[in-house]
Design a protein around this ligand. Structure first.
Ligand code: R5P
Length: 302
């Protein structure tokens, strides 16, 4: 059973909440950079023979990956027996094929790196488009939980008469699940991506009298939601509520969404952001407890 949780820098709040709910300790590890920007790690606990896990919020992964691997290897070197990774946002999943000759399939390579450093991992709603499951690329046991019920409960408690809208066919899996749980109608739009920051969305006429609620797994540059919000506003609908699991908000996309006319923007705390309004800690704790066959001790908010 996992007895110590370590927070990769940035994931301290989620780690504390998870540890409280699992009834385990938060480990102490100094993580900083030397003046030359190399990473320094020092673990302050006796981890010999212990099962441990690192909690890492892996948006902007390139700057976090090496500190993560150094922490994992340090724990192993100090005798930790089993090291898990709790990464509520699993990055690199959108590069799941060779779109152009010569490209790397980064999602596979990223998963392979994790295979070499961890015994198991747990994540929330990885972007599975061309892969049927995370197991297709992970060689270690990869547990996946979905935040769809949490999204549905947030919408049911905060938006009256919602019309759920998935901006593209990939979002249908979340929109359909959320709609089923909160008993709201939904539509799925058509999107053509012409570049990283260039999307074209076809928005048909929407029924009046309902609040549009856009739902997606990821807000990255925000172009998908910004373009949808803009067109819904042109139709004279009330300000759109934007709900996503992972709020990356590259390019200050949150400001772009506001400027386009969005109302509330709400995300899960898989990525730390001001828009976090949906807490996945209990979801993660319950899954760890299920896999380990132990009850989560506290199921309350952080
Ligand atoms: C599509 O592949 C995803 O489900 C999201 O729609 C996409 O990642 C959003 O990206 P952006 O915010 O950059 O438009």
């Amino acid at each position: 059973m996992t007895s110590l949780l370590y927070a990769l820098t940035g994931a301290e709040s989620l780690t504390r909440s998870l540890a409280r709910q699992l009834g385990c300790e938060v480990g102490s590890a100094e993580q900083r950079r030397f003046p030359d920007e190399e990473s320094y790690v020092r673990v302050a606990d006796d981890v010999s023979g212990k099962a441990v896990a690192i909690v890492a919020q892996l948006d902007r992964p390139d700057r976090k990956l090496l500190p993560l691997l150094l922490l994992a290897d340090t724990l192993r070197d100090l005798g930790a027996e089993r090291i898990g990774l709790i990464a509520p946002y699993f990055p690199y999943m959108r590069q799941d094929t060779r779109f152009l000759p010569g490209e790397g399939i980064s999602s596979r390579y990223f998963a392979r790196i994790l295979d070499n450093h961890f015994e198991w991992l747990l994540t929330v709603d990885p972007h599975l488009h061309r892969y049927p499951a995370l197991d297709a690329i992970c060689g270690i046991p990869a547990e996946v939980v979905t935040a769809a019920p949490l999204l549905a409960d947030w919408i049911a408690g905060n938006v009256s008469a919602p019309l759920l809208i998935g901006p593209d066919s990939e979002s249908e899996q979340w929109v359909a699940a959320v709609a089923a749980r909160c008993g709201a109608p939904y539509r799925v739009l058509e999107k053509t991506r012409r570049g990283d920051r260039d999307v074209v969305i076809q928005v048909p006429d929407m029924p009046a009298g309902r609040t549009p609620v856009l739902i997606d797994d990821i807000i990255s540059t925000g172009r998908t939601m910004i373009e949808t919000v803009r067109q819904l506003k042109q139709q004279g609908l009330p300000a759109s509520v934007c709900v996503a699991v992972h709020g990356i908000f590259a390019d200050s996309a949150d400001l772009g969404l506001r400027a386009a006319g969005a109302g509330r923007v709400v995300t899960a705390n898989t990525v730390v952001h001001d828009s976090n309004g949906i807490d996945v800690a209990a979801l993660l704790a319950a899954e760890i407890a299920r896999v380990e066959g132990t009850p989560a001790v506290e199921a309350g908010p952080a």
